[in-house]
Design a protein around this ligand. Structure first.
Ligand code: NAD
Ligand code: MG
Length: 333
């Protein structure tokens, strides 16, 4: 009989009380015993959880600061709760001052990892907030500013990270440059070069220097984009660097997986970060930012934090060479 298969937990939390009762129902462990102290997680409607367009016009000089955005992005400062998933791990995150990098830094620290963040000197204000949050989580946080377009700096960043952390086992290659231009015809050689240097050469130098330090069980995570597979005409140079980032994940995974190092990518859709207000999008586009997704709004960096955690965690041991999308219902990773 179908009814006999209904467990006590289902009967109490679901079928018996209906939707309205869910938020206040007791939470039960696997054996049906109430879990004392654990509050039931209230359902959150993702469509109304965060600001929806229209957004105010706003532009900042590249690279932009999260602290000056309106509304301020949510990186999980108030919400991310850790449970020891990355205890004792040693992570280096580029672009860790803001956006997805900051969300990953906060989450990693609250999961028990020590974290180095890299960023540009102009972003010191944002970086300081992140180091404070890492320290408040009871972990060590190190700030190493510098420009990833220089090979010598990439090498030094890795060397210094290894020294300060006492090793390295999570590398998040996340920094990027995105500058919107109407088309290929408006992109200067200097612009093209800066995008290639930041988004392709930087990760190449960073990963090449990191790999010799990574022991089996380590994890590389590369932030790519929906632009890798569905390039916009106004992001001609940026989009092809994201295709390169996706290729990096797939190629490196074939090299490193047999050595016990997993390599995965995160492909965001439109996310509310300084990248977009620091020259990455026009005010016209910002006004409607995220509206075209089925979710009808942009994502917030906090909404991607758990993906970075999962990919670094030992529990994802069979996931490598994969791209994980967070695009609000549209696109393909
Ligand atoms: P962000 O501006 O918060 O982060 C990008 C970071 O890159 C900056 O904080 C900066 O520290 C760093 N950076 C740029 N140039 C650098 C250089 N020369 N040297 C060192 N650091 C440099 O924006 P974000 O959106 O969180 O970007 C993070 C990643 O997400 C990027 O790889 C980006 O391509 C990707 N992404 C973003 C979106 C989006 O809509 N925001 C969508 C898809 C993919
Ligand atoms: Mg920044």
């Amino acid at each position: 009989m179908k009814n006999e298969l209904i467990t006590r937990r289902q009967a109490v939390t679901g079928l018996g009380v209906g939707l309205a009762g869910l938020a206040v129902s007791p939470v039960f462990g696997a054996d049906g015993v109430p879990l004392t102290g654990a509050a039931a997680a209230a359902l959150q409607d993702p469509t109304t959880k965060y600001p929806r367009p229209p957004f105010k016009p706003q532009q900042q000089p590249f690279p932009g600061l999260a602290s000056k955005m309106d509304p301020r992005p949510d990186h999980g400062e108030e919400s991310y709760k850790g449970s020891g998933r990355l205890a004792g791990r040693k992570a280096l995150i580029t672009g860790g001052d803001s956006g997805m990098g900051r969300a990953a830094a906060i989450a990693f620290a609250r999961e028990g990892a020590d974290v180095v963040i890299n960023y540009l000197p102009a972003e010191e204000e944002d970086a300081k907030e992140v180091i404070d949050l890492i320290t408040k989580a009871g972990r060590k946080g190190f700030a190493i500013p510098g420009d990833l377009r220089e090979e010598s700096f990439c090498k030094k960043l890795v060397d210094d990270s290894v020294k300060r952390l006492g090793g390295l086992d999570i590398v998040v290659s996340n920094a990027a440059r995105q500058q919107t231009k109407p088309s290929i015809l408006d992109i200067s050689t200097e612009d093209f070069d800066a995008t290639m240097k930041t988004n392709i050469y930087g990760p190449f130098w960073l990963l090449k220097a990191s790999i010799p330090h990574l022991k089996p069980g380590s994890s590389i995570i590369v932030t790519t984009s929906e632009q890798a597979n569905d390039p916009s005409p106004e992001l001609f140079d940026y989009a092809q660097t994201k295709a390169a980032n996706t290729s990096t994940v797939r190629s490196l995974a074939k090299f490193l997986t047999p050595k016990g190092v997993r390599v995965n990518g995160v492909a965001p859709g439109p996310i509310w970060t300084p990248l977009q207000v620091g020259g990455g999008a026009t005010n016209e586009k910002l006004k409607e930012f995220g509206k075209a997704t089925p979710m009808g709004r942009p994502g917030q960096p906090a909404e991607l934090a758990s993906i970075y955690v999962q990919l670094a965690d030992n529990s994802a041991s069979y996931s490598t060479g994969q791209i994980y999308g967070a695009m609000g219902g549209g696109g393909q990773p």
